[in-house]
Design a protein. Structure first.
Length: 133
């Protein structure tokens, strides 16, 4: 009698256990292949924030800086929770938001300097016109 043609409940259970083990192994391998911790992108995001702060973005682009800070906090939380995909996406957004805030700050400072130069030019022109004989 050939036992291979008629699986017994014991063999069916072993096959189910083997299938479950293979599925678990496949899931474990898939987890290992997920996104690595975005440590370099987090460093870039932090550097972008520091540049924006030094450019005066806290004063000249406070809403953009608040948005970038909020996203940086969420990125750090995602990183701590090992949600690397979310942390990476947020870190990239932080970098862009911080760069935008920095650009707005630089633009505001340039506009302020331009206004001061125009005002000084007007004052000089008025002074020169008063001194004409």
């Amino acid at each position: 009698m050939n036992h291979d043609r008629h699986p017994t409940p014991h063999r069916a259970t072993r096959r189910a256990a083997l299938s479950a083990s293979l599925l678990a192994a496949a899931l474990a391998l898939a987890a290992c292949a997920s996104t690595p911790p975005p440590t370099s992108q987090m460093a870039v995001a932090n550097a972008a924030m520091a540049h924006a702060v030094s450019a005066g973005a806290v004063e000249f682009a406070p809403a953009d800086m608040a948005k970038a800070r909020e996203k940086l906090g969420r990125a750090n939380s995602a990183l701590a929770a090992k949600d690397h995909d979310t942390a990476l996406a947020l870190a990239q957004q932080v970098q862009v938001d911080a760069q935008l805030a920095e650009a707005k700050a630089e633009s505001a400072k340039a506009r302020k300097a331009s206004d001061a130069m125009q005002q000084a030019d007007r004052a000089l022109s008025e002074e020169m016109s008063r001194k004409k004989p």
